[in-house]
Design a protein around this ligand. Structure first.
Ligand SMILES: NC(=O)N[C@@H](CC(=O)O)C(=O)O
Length: 346
């Protein structure tokens, strides 16, 4: 029986939602993860430090008994965000990052940024105080093909912004392309990228071949196989600029299996066993800890977790629930489409 021990992992990009959904999905993350960067795209969004403080309280109130979990809060950047409020939220330790959604790019992003000039005072303040900006890196203009949105964003938005504000610390969230992986690797100490579990496993064929698979639809949408392979190479490289952000994004089945289905894969339940499978397949199990437990805290200037988890590879495939039954409705757990022998034991 093969086993590995890792420092307890953190999830640097997580959607927990609110109310009944929060209550239903939170245990799926707290079972294995010590901390998570909590995405602020609620309705209405988490914009001010007061919003973040209230949301944090709701998360803490929803924690399962005995759970050791720290939500790392973020603010949703709007064109009306107040730089002084952001700075105060960072100084108090409440907020660990600000999230930038280009307006219209993804779920609940309509309050996001249209005109980057309008958010420059906030970004300048963040550069000054070292507060990371988590970027959803996709352009949303109609003439750009959805499969090219990330690469075009890097060239036309991200790179010019980083030249204008070289001290701004940026996390390219959920990269899905070779261009994203390459750009992150060349960006120096102020740039990093999160990679999801599902983008290491699926390419666009998984969504579309043999019938449309709504539970594989997420944003940024999975790309060609060559991009999946580039992400695998990046994640398993151990390089400090890459770390896990699951982007686990629960939507009830009724809204996924729909004529206009929501974007998001729900991977909180089985992320760690899937990652052990992926890293083992690529001969990189010894670098799994860097990806899940070391590189993220280092970028966010936080200590790595002291506690450990033990993962075991069993002879027989392990079973995972197909759905999590929340009071908001059932949420389908990401199905990798292959047997998984790894399990987190403690
Ligand atoms: N990843 C997704 O497909 N969806 C996320 C938003 C996001 O991170 O893009 C969601 O909030 O549902």
């Amino acid at each position: 029986m093969q086993q590995i021990t890792l420092r307890r992992p953190d999830d640097w990009h997580l959607h927990l939602r609110d109310g009944a959904m929060l209550k239903g999905v939170l245990p799926e993350t707290t079972r294995h993860f010590a901390r998570a960067i909590i995405m602020p795209n609620l309705v209405p969004p988490v914009v001010t430090s007061a919003d973040a403080s209230a949301y944090r309280d709701r998360i803490l109130a929803a924690l399962p008994d005995g759970a050791q979990f720290e939500p790392l809060m973020t603010l949703y950047l709007t064109e009306g965000t107040d730089a002084a409020d952001v700075a105060a939220a960072a100084a108090s330790g409440l907020v660990k990052a600000v999230k930038l959604y280009p307006a219209g790019a993804t779920t609940n992003s309509h309050s996001g940024v249209r005109d980057f000039d309008k958010v420059m005072p906030v970004l300048e303040k963040m550069a000054e105080i070292g507060l990371p900006l988590c970027m959803h890196g996709e352009v949303v203009t109609a003439e750009v093909d959805i499969f090219d949105r990330e690469a075009v964003f890097i060239d036309t938005v991200l790179d010019p912004l980083r030249r204008r504000l070289p001290d701004l610390r940026v996390v390219m969230e959920h990269i899905t392309t070779k261009q994203g992986a390459d750009y992150a690797a060349e960006g120096g100490a102020n740039l990093a990228a999160t990679i999801t579990t599902h983008h290491l496993i699926i390419n666009r064929n998984h969504i579309l071949v043999g019938g449309i698979k709504p539970h594989y639809y997420c944003l940024p949408v999975a790309k060609r196989e060559e991009h999946r392979l580039a992400l695998r190479k990046a994640a398993t490289s151990g390089k400090a600029c890459y770390f896990l952000g699951t982007d686990s994004a629960p939507h009830v089945d009724a809204l996924k299996e729909h004529a206009c289905g929501c974007a998001g894969c729900f991977t909180a339940t089985n992320t760690m066993p899937l990652l052990a499978h992926v890293f083992e397949e690529d001969g990189a199990l010894e670098r799994l800890e860097a990806f899940t437990s070391l590189n993220g805290p280092a970028f966010y200037r936080l200590p790595a977790n002291d506690a450990q988890i033990r993962m075991v590879k069993h002879e027989v495939p392990q079973s995972f629930p197909a759905k999590i039954l929340t009071e908001a409705g059932p949420v389908t757990v990401f199905d990798p489409g292959f047997p998984v022998h790894w399990q987190v034991e403690s």
